[in-house]
Design a protein around this ligand. Structure first.
Ligand SMILES: O=C(O)CCC(=O)C(=O)O
Length: 211
């Protein structure tokens, strides 16, 4: 997988910039909101290299299959889900989870615990419109925080039941947090791209029993 690096990433060690004072909140409809913190993670290209290695040095990426009408097809992205008790594949991800838990403690009332990871190998990899509605997020407000590294991809959101979609281009260490009712009243997707597109990894931090 060829990653075209960002100049900014090349001059930074892997780490985190501050959250306080650097987050922009966008209120959506029906009690949903997003927080945006571009370039939160520094050294994103270096982290990408570490995580995209297979085997013991990186992440044991797994393909998934799903039933589509009468045939089984491969899900178009690779995945690895880290349960709360598992060690995350890089110390900076543990720091990121702690920093998010500390920053949102008052508003969320509980820590982020799990880390879902997705590898989009090129523009053909994608995820269709959905809300993260397994568990308490099906009935309660919550937060899902996503850090994107690698090539930027469109992160699209639209209201459930219809309405204009919004789009943000996320990669190279950008953070988006979906909050309030966003998992119930809005949907999100990473659309396919017909342009030449390098690989992207997203890391999603969620509280217990939200998926
Ligand atoms: O890759 C992303 O940023 C979104 C991932 C996502 O929506 C999911 O895995 O539920």
């Amino acid at each position: 997988m060829a990653l075209q690096g960002s100049l900014l990433d090349q001059i930074d060690d892997v780490g985190l910039r501050p959250l306080v004072g650097a987050i922009r909140r966008v209120e959506l409809t029906r009690g949903a909101w997003i927080d945006l913190r571009p370039g939160w993670l520094t050294g994103a290209d270096e982290l990408f290299s570490r995580l995209s290695l297979g085997g013991s040095a990186g992440v044991d990426w797994q393909g998934e299959r799903r039933q589509m009408y009468d045939r089984e097809v491969a899900t178009p992205r690779l995945l690895r889900f880290y349960h709360a008790h598992e060690t995350l594949p890089d110390p900076v991800l543990t720091q990121a989870r702690s920093a998010l838990s500390a920053h949102y403690r008052g508003e969320l009332g509980e820590p982020f615990t799990t880390a879902g990871m997705c590898l989009y190998r090129d523009g053909r990899d994608s995820v269709a419109w959905h809300g993260d509605r397994i568990g308490r997020s099906n009935t309660h407000d919550t937060m899902v925080a996503i850090v994107s590294i690698g090539q930027p991809r469109t992160f699209a959101m639209r209201p459930v039941g219809g309405g204009a979609s919004i789009r943000h281009t996320l990669g190279h260490g950008d953070l988006i947090v979906m909050g309030g009712s966003a998992q119930r009243t809005w949907e999100h997707a990473i659309p396919k791209s017909s342009k030449a597109t390098g690989p992207r990894i997203s890391i999603q931090f969620r509280p217990y029993d939200v998926r």
